[in-house]
Design a protein around this ligand. Structure first.
Ligand code: AMP
Length: 432
């Protein structure tokens, strides 16, 4: 008898688990599933890649009958994660006859409404679109049995607190709630205390720490020299395979434009691009493209291995985010590198990160002047309407950047109009 069989799971679920080669539960599954099956709320601290998707989906599928109403809702921060979770949800639940729908912004709401109207049991979605559907009276959460908050820390980091609270307020009081998070900042704990019933706290594995094989470099730059600083690092340190994180979509677009202009092999991933373009980018990067330029949120939670360098074009205000991001480069086991560009007023963050992550960061002096000219994005690039529908032209024209001088200097491109408004310097933050 496998360990899944000893959990008394229904036969359709056991056969589905077999089909996808889940032979025995991972630690998070082994510890969380029996608790959820016994009716408890759980708060789980576990990393991406630990098998947490199964940990919440297995008990959901086990518990749902063929009701003709919506019984479970999974809230995730990004579309990519929504799609990843949906794939597993469909694999696990189709033999049980359950219907799954995925909802996220940037895609046709009509199609999603159509899917929901046909009758669904499980909905997986990002906060903004879920709210939209609730307000249009298309999603009714008053009978749900399960609510899952996946990647809770990043959802809060993205400013989704009000959205999540709103969604929770529309759910049935009789629900069971599961919260998953890689880190446990106090905001996450507050959500758990406020909206969960005497939850069981499970800590899976070690709290995320920075692996000692990573070397941490940083440079101090002024805003207008960030792209030149980036180019200097790339030329001098020659990363084999790097993720470059930008806080905003516009920042990501500019980095992309400059790398392309300098003949680097790069792909782009942010919330303003079409879903298919994002998927192509990810698959190209997995296949060997040297650079993936991503907004923090678009890349969060994705399982990308073999990265030699993690480059933070913008420093994050939260040291936990730094730890999470650079954790990727360590996956290859060998010597990974992290490089972060701070502007002068962010210098204190170096100290905060060093303290929290218990690491030393090494300041490097790069020959930035040498790359200043090559770091200017070309005007054509900046005006180009992306052939995939997410380029600069129409998306950003209302944000003060279109048609002005484009010197590669982020703060000229206007105020942050991201709807949760932390000022990030490079246009709109990538909220989903
Ligand atoms: P997750 O943390 O849910 O994204 O899962 C990480 C990876 O582990 C995914 O590729 C899953 O397919 C895989 N996985 C999860 N649970 C199991 C299991 N019980 N047996 C084998 N693989 C698993």
């Amino acid at each position: 008898m496998t360990e899944f069989e000893s959990m008394n799971l229904r036969p359709e679920l056991l056969s589905a688990l077999k089909k996808i080669n889940f032979e025995k539960p991972t630690e998070v599954q082994e510890r969380a599933i029996p608790e959820v099956l016994s009716g408890k709320d759980v708060v789980v601290r576990s990393k991406t890649g630990s098998g947490k998707t199964g940990a919440f989906l297995i008990p959901i599928v086990q518990n749902l009958g063929r009701e003709d109403y919506l019984s479970a809702i999974v809230i995730v921060p990004t579309r990519e994660l929504a799609l990843q979770v949906t794939t597993v949800a469909k694999q696990l639940s189709s033999d049980a006859g359950l219907r799954v729908a995925t909802v996220y912004g940037g895609a046709s709401i009509e199609r999603q409404i159509h899917e929901i109207r046909r009758g669904v049991n499980i909905v997986i979605g990002t906060p903004g679109r879920l709210i939209d559907l609730i307000k249009r009276n298309e999603l009714h959460l008053d009978r749900i049995k399960f609510l899952v908050l996946d990647e809770a820390d990043i959802m809060l980091d993205m400013g989704f607190i009000d959205d999540i609270t709103y969604i929770i307020s529309k759910t049935s009081q009789n629900r069971q709630t599961m919260l998953f998070s890689a880190t446990m900042p106090k905001e996450v704990v507050e959500i758990a205390n406020k909206y969960m019933k005497n939850p069981l706290h499970l800590k899976i594995g070690e709290e995320e720490v920075v692996v000692s094989t990573i070397t941490h470099y940083y440079a101090i730059s002024d805003r207008s020299s960030k792209l030149a600083t980036l180019l200097a690092y790339i030329n001098e340190f020659k990363p084999q395979k790097a993720i470059i994180f930008s806080q905003t979509q516009r920042g990501a677009e500019m980095i992309y434009s400059v790398l392309k202009k300098n003949n680097f092999d790069a792909v782009l991933m942010h919330g303003g691009l079409s879903q298919s373009r994002r998927e192509y980018s990810l698959s190209d990067f997995r296949k060997g493209t040297q650079f993936l330029i991503a907004t923090n949120v678009a890349a969060r939670g994705l399982d990308i291995r073999d990265v030699s360098d993690v480059i933070n074009f913008d420093a994050s205000e939260d040291p936990a985010v730094y730890v999470h991001r650079v954790g990727r480069s360590a996956r290859m086991g060998a010597n990974g590198r992290a490089f972060t560009i701070f502007i002068a007023k962010e210098k204190y963050l170096v100290w905060e990160i060093e303290n929290m992550a218990k690491i030393k960061m090494e300041k490097i002096e790069l020959d930035v002047e040498k790359y200043r000219t090559s770091a200017e994005p070309s005007p054509e690039d900046l005006h180009r309407r992306s052939q995939y529908g997410g380029g600069f032209g129409h998306r950003f024209s209302n944000r003060g950047g279109h048609g002005r001088s484009h010197g590669g200097n982020g703060h000229r491109f206007g105020r942050n109009r991201g709807f949760h408004g932390r000022h990030t310097g490079y246009g709109n933050k990538d909220n989903e």
